[in-house]
Write a protein that binds this ligand. Structure first.
Ligand SMILES: Nc1ncnc2c1ncn2[C@@H]1O[C@H](COP(=O)(O)OP(=O)(O)OP(=O)(O)O)[C@@H](O)[C@H]1O
Ligand SMILES: [Mg+2]
Length: 345
């Protein structure tokens, strides 16, 4: 899926084309990511959402070439500033990670080394790529500067992770992720496992750092409400497929894919008390996807055609793409009827 950024630069820094990733399990091939394509623009923040198990983390790992066996990339193309990541050697990849692409992994704060001081963990990242730093004072200043960018006090320099709060640990992970000024940062659930106030502060920190350092950002998350406040565009995944991608304001005002509608409808609201909408049904077995549309078994609008033909992304307007047959030109009447009879599917 490719479209223009909602605002700002139109230079593509990351281009993912037909990326497909499987896990080879004894019970069969799990199709975790199924031919997804999208662009990320310079300075943009793209939110990647979808229910648990839909392939968000696998996509992130795929982009960084970090998928672990039994996972493997079946095919695809991942270009960062024109460089094909899949063509890089192991050694080239090592230096490309952190400088070209960097990942703040899911549960990152729990992966900090409990036996190492914060400063040493950050120094490790810097020295692994830039070699031994002899000017210790300059190195400390550089780390203080990183702390300032992510809102951490200098006093934590000599501390161990267990001496920090969850929010502080997450900021240390953000500091490590941006330490080498990568082109693209992927933050996988960077705010999960934090209380709601700290979640918002950490999310805000991510955006500030992004703007200050000038990186492009992919934020993976579940919380559509939180994402709405920080991202430019949202990409919605369902069972390994990208079903819709659009600027945040149009996806909230007018979600097109029935799954996106359900996701947005399930955001709880205090102002307007309504029954909590849950997305009925369970996802199919990822080793045995249904024919045609991936969502048809849970879709309130599905008809025979959806079982026969896989919907391809349709450009509804310059910035909004959706993979749903209701937006095929020949089914316009069906769409009008479905939306008229079910204002709230
Ligand atoms: N090591 C593995 N072996 C087999 N299947 C796996 C493995 N890791 C992930 N999967 C499967 O791949 C699919 C995608 O998983 P992934 O972790 O990418 O989802 P996710 O969207 O990040 O979920 P969450 O929101 O829970 O983090 C799931 O069906 C999962 O069961
Ligand atoms: Mg995940």
């Amino acid at each position: 899926m490719s479209q223009t950024r909602s605002n700002g630069s139109e230079r593509v820094v990351l281009n993912v084309e037909k990326l497909r990733i499987h896990y080879a399990t004894p019970q069969g091939e799990v199709i975790a990511v199924s031919d997804i394509s999208f662009d990320l623009y310079e300075g943009e923040t793209l939110g990647l959402v979808g229910e648990s198990g839909c392939g968000k983390s696998t996509t992130a790992y795929g982009i960084l070439q970090l998928v672990q066996p039994p996972g493997y990339i079946v095919h695809g193309s991942i270009k960062v500033d024109g460089t094909e990541v899949l063509d890089l050697s192991e050694e080239e990849l090592r230096s490309f990670r952190w400088t070209g692409l960097s990942l703040i992994p899911q549960g990152a704060m729990n992966s900090l080394n409990p036996t190492m001081r914060v400063k040493d963990q950050i120094i490790d990242v810097i020295e692994a790529h830039e070699g031994k730093q002899t000017d210790k004072k300059a190195l400390r200043e550089r780390i203080y500067d990183l702390f300032a960018k992510v809102g951490l006090p200098n006093r934590i320099y000599n501390m161990y992770p267990h001496e920090l709060s969850g929010g502080m640990k997450q900021r240390v992970c953000i500091a490590m992720g941006v330490a080498l000024h990568p082109t693209v940062v992927i933050a996988d659930e960077a705010t999960s496992a934090l209380d709601v106030v700290v979640q918002r502060i950490v999310a805000q920190t991510l955006i500030q750092v992004k703007d200050e350092i000038g990186v492009s950002l992919i934020v993976i998350g579940h919380d559509m409400g939180l994402l709405a406040q920080i991202v430019d565009r949202i990409a919605v995944m369902y069972a390994g497929k990208m079903v819709e991608i659009a600027p945040v304001e149009s996806i909230y005002a007018e979600p097109l894919h029935p799954y996106t509608k359900l996701l947005i409808d399930s955001i709880p609201s205090i102002k307007e008390r309504k029954p909590l909408r849950i997305t009925e049904g369970i996802t199919h077995d990822p080793r045995n996807p249904p024919s045609g549309c991936i969502f048809r078994l849970r879709c309130p609008f599905a008809w025979e055609h959806c079982a026969e033909v896989e919907p391809l992304p349709i450009q509804v307007d310059r910035k909004h793409e959706v993979a749903c047959h209701m937006f095929d030109e020949q089914f316009e009447e069906r769409r009008a009827h479905a939306f008229a009879t079910t204002a709230n599917p």
